[in-house]
Ligand binder design. Sequence first.
Ligand code: TYD
Length: 376
Amino acid sequence: MPIANGFLDKKDFSNEFFFNMEVGFNEELSLFQLNDHPKPEKMFNKNYPFFTGSSEYMKRHFKSYAEFVKKYLKTNSRIIEIGSNDGTFLKNFDNSENFLTGVEPSKNVADIAIKNNIPTINEFFNTVSAKKLKKFVGNTDLICASNVICHVPNLNNLIEAVDLLLSKDGVFVFEEPYLGSMFEKVSYDQIYDEHIFMFSATSISKIFSKFNFYLVDAIPQTTHGGSMRYVLKRFKNEDNESLKKIFNYEDKNNLNKIDSCLEFKKNCEISKDNITNKIKSFKDEGRTICGYAATSKSTTILNYCNIGTNYIDFICDTTKEKIGKFSPGKHIPIRDINYFHENMTDCVYLFAWNHKEEIFNKEKNFRGEWFSHVNL
Ligand code: TYD
């Protein structure tokens, strides 16, 4: 596999980086994970092309996420966001009432947040940066993250860093793509270099209890095709009925055992056959195909299913950092959305299936056939 967000120029084709992407399951922690992964610096650097604010739906989601955590705030609370990207989440807090700090390793996105007056430090979040932060932030009441904890290979160090900064009655809240949803939807495109772990409530509870943190709530989210919001504290609350339900669901569906992974593996192979057959039959019928949204997820699909420019003419996307480049591994040209409007194909592979409402709403004029490897 290539780097999922490694959109590249023609001149870089010959020295493109590839790694062997393989998943495993840690039975002790019920943890679904990559067995090997590229160094984080290869993925999160000055060219990181993912901007949270590129989706209106995500902007609304982050506003409601901020409303949810406001109940944990006091007057003049200290809030840290790990992997704060372009500041889309922190923007929802009043800078004058709270002490906000974003921690973001990718310089290009951190710079956007800073430009928008979101105090941001351009570093990886770990015990080294946490010690520095502790000096000027002190004890933190709320630490948040979204789609980032699963990106951090040294989870132990990350939790130690949270432990260093979080006050005695502080709260750590984060959201990540959910293993249960990935299994249900067979959305194996969630597996790529950045997603080192695919969590469940069971795995989160087991991992954090090693550090005396307790999972006190887990709330399903529709974002990223099915995510879970985890709430962790240093002490246990009274029994939480909805959390119990989630643990029961995970037990019933064997999410804490390797059996569910083996079932998933079979389903992935079936999904691969189905999508390649579908694309081949479109071609046989003489229909043209393009991709919609050059997502990181699409890199897994295209490379695992071996779909290249022999089938897909181009992929359209709104991200200026991706437009004019080529997709990782398969080198399909990335075009802007206007190009799609002027060159509509007969069929469109919706790679951003998780944004389908937003995209279908924008593309009402498209009269051809949308398709994807998950149900639309
Ligand atoms: P997302 O599913 O968040 O991507 P990833 O798999 O990388 O997490 O989708 C973000 C990408 O989709 C980004 O490249 C922008 C593109 N996009 C569009 O081109 N148009 C749209 O309307 C939306 C919502 C996203």
